[in-house]
Design a protein around this ligand. Structure first.
Ligand SMILES: [Zn+2]
Length: 101
């Protein structure tokens, strides 16, 4: 028999197990956008963006970010409840912003 543990708090999960499935994918056609970026009008813009990314260290090493991603998590009832209330951790981000001020 398979034993699951909560991906958030690590406790053993019994029958009341919750599964979170996340799918992230571009809602546009990445090929199309790239072709547009190659237009002369955009070249300057693109090189500026690349330069900025290099100086800020936010440069992407590969194209992985544009591909679809799937995540799957097992959660206990408590964590599921907390997760469902704030799936994007917006509360946590807000708190972080406040502490930075
Ligand atoms: Zn949990």
């Amino acid at each position: 028999m398979l034993h699951f543990t909560c991906d958030l708090c690590g406790q053993q999960l019994g029958d009341r197990r919750y599964v979170v499935k996340l799918e992230v994918y571009p809602a546009f056609d990445p090929e199309e956008i790239e072709e547009e970026d190659l237009d002369a009008d955009h070249l300057q813009e693109v090189s500026e963006i690349i330069q900025e990314m290099e100086t800020t260290g936010c440069r992407k090493d590969d194209d992985d970010d544009s591909g679809p991603k799937e995540f799957r998590f097992d959660l206990c009832p408590d964590c599921q409840h907390r997760y469902a209330r704030d799936p994007l951790s917006r509360d946590a981000m807000r708190r972080l912003n406040f502490s930075n001020n």
